[in-house]
Design a binder for this molecule. Structure first.
Ligand code: SF4
Length: 353
């Protein structure tokens, strides 16, 4: 009989720093025809602190974007959520649509979308859309002041002023990305949520885009505070390495590792076998893809979902591993102390002790 992993909050927080966003036990289920349930996200725990970039990584379809949609209240009607996602005192999972549309999207959470060209209104110029966003999200009033604020917003996202009167279809992918970023920054939201912000960009534009996001995280906010928090959802590990302070790895709807970016991308490296496999798949590392395919979220095994692809799997992995020290694995790879638990010596009881 497989015991469920207990909720775990340790390692989710940034020590000594006030979280902008605090997610505890977030789960999303999709209710499908015939009574089938799809476990898109299960029991996610993490914080994003002011001035911090947390990169949420994992293969396509692992639940990353569903998690983002849950935070913004943009899930379809057949979705059911559990847990909390506190943005200050506001629980995003419990907020009604009126609150989400009037005070969350754009004002408390700035969204840098996956497809900026699709996010922009095609029949209006960037200037028009930016001015409208300024009027809607800020206290700036008066035609000249709004126009100046729109120009300043474009400037913050490195969007060239002489392109402001262009329509979205007249922009390159990189410029559309900057226009969308400019809109996301207008409300000076304490949390930036970037959902695959570098999709379709070449490497130079990827670097430029994530650098811009990082700059806005580091810059003081409008009140002179410690800046914004950035939750960057991406499958681009090079982009994550470039700007993230911490890395959260998702597999089959669960966070399996939460680690400092420096140790994750450097030494000792990822400790979860799936995270290690993701990194080893990079062309500048072993260039060896993780073998096999992720499981269907509607048909997950009772134990560790990575077991069929894992070189360290043992009989213990038939039981779901608890999250300890930010790791959900019965047999993690060596840590800072260089100790590697034997793949066969560890047990569920050992890990949870
Ligand atoms: S060692 Fe076991 S628990 Fe850890 S990732 Fe592999 S199969 Fe999962």
């Amino acid at each position: 009989m497989t015991a469920p992993a207990p909720p775990s909050s340790e390692a989710a927080a940034v020590p000594g720093r006030t979280p902008v966003l605090s997610v505890r036990g977030l789960s999303v289920r999709f209710l499908m025809p015939g009574g089938r349930r799809v476990a898109a996200v299960t029991d996610a725990h993490f914080d994003v602190a002011a001035g911090e970039c947390l990169a949420l990584i994992g293969e396509s379809g692992c639940g990353k974007s569903v998690l983002a949609s849950a935070l913004l209240g943009l899930l379809p009607a057949n979705a059911r959520t559990a847990g909390r996602a506190l943005l200050g005192d506001l629980d995003l999972l419990a907020a009604d649509e009126r609150t989400l549309s009037r005070t969350v999207r754009g004002r408390l959470v700035g969204l840098v979308p996956q497809s900026p060209a699709a996010h922009l209104t095609p029949v209006r110029t960037v200037r028009s859309q930016t001015q409208e966003t300024v009027s809607a999200l800020t206290g700036v009033r008066g035609r000249a002041a709004v126009r100046a604020a729109a120009r300043a917003a474009a400037d913050r996202a490195a969007f060239p002023a002489d392109h402001l009167d262009r329509y979205p279809h007249e922009l390159s992918g990189g410029l559309a990305q900057r226009a969308a970023t400019a809109l996301a920054l207008v409300g000076d939201a304490p949390l930036l949520l970037a959902d695959e912000p570098t999709t379709g960009l070449d490497r130079a534009l990827v670097d430029r885009t994530v650098d811009e996001l990082r700059r806005h995280v580091d810059a003081p906010d409008a009140a002179g505070g410690t800046g914004r928090g950035l939750l960057m959802i991406t499958h681009d590990l090079a982009a994550a390495e470039r700007v993230a302070d911490r890395v959260a790895v998702m597999y089959a709807g669960r966070l399996v590792e939460l680690a400092d970016a420096a140790s994750f991308f450097g030494t000792p490296g990822p400790r979860h076998p799936y995270s290690r496999g993701l990194l080893q798949a990079l062309p500048d590392r072993a260039f060896a893809p993780v073998p096999g395919m992720p499981p269907e979220l509607g048909d997950l095994p009772e134990g560790c979902a990575f077991a069929p692809r894992c070189p360290r799997a043992s009989a213990a992995c038939a039981a779901l591993p608890a999250t300890v020290g930010g790791l959900a694995c019965h047999h993690p790879l060596p840590g800072d102390d260089g100790e590697a638990p034997s793949p066969t010596a560890s047990s569920t009881e050992d890990i949870r002790a």
